[in-house]
Write a protein that binds this ligand. Structure first.
Ligand code: HEC
Length: 130
């Protein structure tokens, strides 16, 4: 009896510790999906020029599927999994580069803060093909 109670007690204790440490952190960010979340953004803002059009012709970058996104331009990758800060694609869509080469190119409207956050989280979460 006594033995059982002490096991029960330690279960409660560890459950309490778990709850407390979970409360300590900010709520976890949702898992971003490439196909459900990222692809629609690229389709809306980028495919006009990066599905073989002027953007692809100038840079070699196609953005119609996961493999193409990860392959990048003729000069190399534009996504660094886990590192949104130095991913070229993020630098351009966040307007951190020379305004002449920010993306979308030309007079197209920039991405919304929400869309940028989705791309950033996807890269931070490892740029998975999910
Ligand atoms: C109106 C056409 C157009 C649209 C829309 C567009 N691009 Fe581009 N993109 C270009 C052109 C043209 C280049 C070649 C570089 C240049 O001439 O500035 C390019 C180049 C790039 C590059 C390579 C830059 C480098 O350093 O080599 C990336 C990355 C890129 N685009 C990402 C995007 C993303 C992401 C989107 C959507 C959010 C997008 N582009 C939308 C035209 C476009």
């Amino acid at each position: 009896m006594r033995h059982r109670r002490s096991i029960f007690g330690s279960l409660i204790l560890s459950a309490t510790v778990l709850v407390l440490s979970a409360c300590d952190k900010a709520p976890p960010e949702p898992q971003v999906s490439f196909s459900k979340d990222v692809q629609p953004i690229l389709a809306r803002h980028c495919l006009e020029c990066h599905a073989g059009g002027e953007g692809t012709k100038a840079s070699g970058l196609k953005l119609t599927n996961y493999d193409e996104v990860m392959q990048g331009t003729k000069f190399g990758p534009v996504i660094k999994p886990g590192d949104s800060l130095s991913s070229t694609l993020m630098i351009l869509v966040e307007g951190r580069a020379n305004s002449a080469i920010n993306m979308p190119h030309g007079d197209r409207p920039p991405l919304s803060a929400e869309e940028i956050k989705t791309l950033r989280l996807w890269i931070e979460q490892g740029a998975k093909n999910n």
